[in-house]
Design a binder for this molecule. Sequence first.
Ligand code: HEC
Length: 199
Amino acid sequence: MGKSIPGALLLTAWAGSTLAQPPIPPASVVRFNTLCATCHEGECSARLSFRLDPGATDSHIRRYTGDIPQQAARELNALLEHMKLDCGYYAIDLPSPKDGRWKAELLQQLHAAEERAYFIPLGNLAAGGHRFTLTFEHEAVVSVQLVSARFDIAEQSGLRTREGKAAVVLVADRPGDYYLRLRTEQPARLLALDREPLR
Ligand code: HEC
């Protein structure tokens, strides 16, 4: 790679929040939100980072991802800049079902297989308890986090399925946009997610 890369990286990151740029594909966003966010969540300096040179950034990223294509590393880096500048998650370019029922095909696109994790935008939720019913292909042990757009986390860990299913109630403290982040102990395929508000 050439000397012009740093400028290109910054431009990509900056343009992501201002100009029309091809959106970062859901696969990278989901990986960032399930891997990089475990350390970088809620970094809201509103400043781009100049501290590490691109080579160092690249090897930092690859330490966690393993060997990935240059373009994917660039996207992950841009996502950190987005988090810093916009103080929020990058919008995932996929529809959220209005009826609160996610099917396998959509869930597949919200899966970071390398992280054994899912990151599912729930859209706008009312304040209060919400019941999430998960259906896996096989038995699984799963940790479930309900994350607000301001990075507040309600969590239930070590949930065990029975006949592939597990249900958990998590509370949204205030109305707003929320996300569900799941991590399983072993590789597991999520076939369905149903959400219903408690009354
Ligand atoms: C285990 C924790 C951890 C994970 C996981 C992690 N990072 Fe970092 N990252 C750090 C720390 C600590 C620094 C140094 C921050 C500092 O000193 O300001 C850093 C620095 C960086 C920097 C350069 C400095 C900055 O703050 O802008 C970038 C870019 C970065 N990380 C991107 C990523 C990406 C992309 C991922 C996911 C592939 C990732 N990181 C995963 C802990 C982590």
